[in-house]
Design a binder for this molecule. Structure first.
Ligand SMILES: *Cc1c(COP(=O)(O)O)cnc(C)c1O
Length: 482
């Protein structure tokens, strides 16, 4: 140590030995959870606010023992939260995370990088630019891709619509219309609201039998709006819907967009990971024609929250939309190919989210990610076979991009009416989750309530599926549930 650092007093520092011991302890607890996630029962502890009452306390005035506080926090907090890392967590999008990315988040905080500016910070800029470009390349962009890391698919979709509004309309929203399918994620509706559009400026276009946006219905809607003197602005295509994993016919949507000079945004928040594997890449044909693409590496690229990317073909779309230069930021101003990420989105101060994806790709290699995605696809297909063979059940949508939906329908000769079926399926999902063995949710497809399984954890097994469906079948014949 230099003389000055020994003399300097930092009230937040401990002696080196204590600091290391605290860090090692946290690492131990995280590693333990990562290696033994499946030993945690139940999958969802289902703790209410009363169960976590010990966490409610006045803000402490005086210091407390750091080891006790940290240890207690790990027990009280992480022992009582939904275990998204569990291999039998089938709800929403499972989030197994990985060690390297968790360490990257620790490093990003520990070294506290400010990812909003590039001058004095070129290494962080290069990592982010390169990671964005790698992703764009996987979507078929053979030019340097632009874009930036944001908190999630919701922020990515919001950013995309802001670009479309600025570029297509010069921000005059009068009469503008956005088109998407009725399976589109709710973040599009919310983005429209945040950007100041009225609810009637969003057209929900009907889907075909496979829950994919119908391009002819889209073409018709655009023409009708043009004839009415409205301004068709943007089509949002899905590359993996949240409900069923459906991928819209992106090529045909791109045709409609080109014909009418519309912005084409693709929401690949969930499905984006599957673009890596040749097994499913054909589903994405046409995605390379998008203006913007939203991807959530915190969904199917096994990253911890928060990690999403909004990709765009032109960097100027971002900077034209978001750049503002106050005097106090003048000294770090930079434009052109090397620009400031603060000029490309809504955030000035930004954490270094690109690091975790970059570092985990370095350590594991993309082949490991591809194999993990393919494993999830295979487990979902296996689940479909099992569901199809389950007496009294039907597959409602086949395993698509790792998502399967099915429902209980009972005996053909004594089939309850639809509302009764919906009620039973809802109760089945709850009863199955209450077993503690797995965590499953429902969704609605039209008027039908269905069970939704997303078994894409890289350590998920066929046996997990067998044991889950065995329990499901037992519950379904139990009159207290069904
Ligand atoms: C999850 C999801 C979103 C929203 O992403 P967040 O990261 O939760 O903000 C948007 N679109 C689709 C298709 C999604 O599955």
């Amino acid at each position: 140590m230099t003389e000055s650092s020994t003399l300097r007093h930092n009230p937040f520092a401990f002696d080196a030995e204590t600091m290391r011991r605290l860090g090692y302890r946290v690492v131990d607890r995280v590693v333990e959870r990562m290696l033994h996630a499946e030993d945690v029962r139940p999958v969802d502890p289902d703790k209410g606010l009363d169960d976590v009452a010990p966490l409610r306390r006045p803000m402490p005035d005086a210091p407390q023992n750091p080891e006790q506080v940290v240890e207690q926090a790990i027990d009280d907090i992480f022992g009582n939260t939904m275990n998204l890392m569990h291999p039998r967590f089938y709800a929403y999008m499972p989030a197994p995370g990985n060690l390297i990315s968790a360490l990257a988040d620790f490093m990003a905080s520990g070294f506290n990088v400010f990812a909003g500016i590039t001058p004095h910070n070129h290494a962080a800029f290069e990592v982010e630019r390169q990671t964005v470009d790698w992703l764009g390349g996987r979507f078929g962009w053979d030019f340097p891709s632009s874009g930036l890391f944001v908190s999630g698919g919701s922020a990515a979709n919001l950013t995309a619509l802001a670009l479309a509004r600025h570029h297509q309309l010069n921000d005059d929203m009068t009469g503008a219309v956005v088109y998407c399918s009725d399976q589109t994620h709710s973040s599009i509706e919310r983005s429209m609201y945040v950007l100041g559009f009225q609810p009637d400026q969003l057209r929900l276009i009907k889907c075909d039998a496979d829950l994919r946006l119908d391009p002819e219905a889209l073409e018709q809607a655009v023409r009708t709006d043009l004839e009415a003197g409205l301004k068709p602005l943007c089509v949002v295509g899905n590359a993996g819907t949240t409900n069923t994993g459906a991928v819209d016919p992106l090529s045909e949507l791109a045709d409609v967009c080109e014909r009418h000079d519309l912005w084409f945004h693709v929401d690949a928040a969930y499905g984006g990971g599957a673009v890596l594997t040749p097994q499913t890449r054909t589903l994405f044909a046409g995605i390379d024609r998008a203006h913007t693409i939203a991807v959530d590496p915190h969904k199917w690229l096994f990253q911890p929250f928060e990690c999403a990317v909004i990709l765009g073909r032109e960097q100027s779309w971002f900077t034209d939309t978001f750049r503002v230069l106050p005097a106090y930021l003048r000294d770090t101003d930079v434009t052109g190919e090397v620009c400031n990420y603060r000029d490309m989105g809504a955030q000035l101060t930004r954490s270094f989210k690109a690091l975790k994806l970059w570092l985990s790709l370095q350590v594991y290699g993309v082949d490991t990610f591809i194999a993990a995605v393919e494993h999830g696809l295979a487990i979902a297909r296996y689940a479909e076979q099992r569901a199809a063979a389950l007496p009294g059940f039907e597959v409602t949508t086949p395993a698509t991009l790792g998502v399967l939906t099915c429902r209980w329908i009972g005996d053909a000769d004594a089939r309850p009416d639809d509302s009764e079926l919906n009620r039973v399926n809802h109760r089945l999902a709850q009863a199955l989750t209450r077993t503690g063995f797995t965590y499953v949710t429902t969704t609605d497809l039209g008027s039908r309530t269905v069970l939704r399984f997303c078994p894409i954890h890289p350590a998920a097994t066929e046996r997990d599926i067998d044991e889950t469906f065995d329990r499901l079948q037992k519950l379904a014949v139990n009159p207290a549930v069904a």
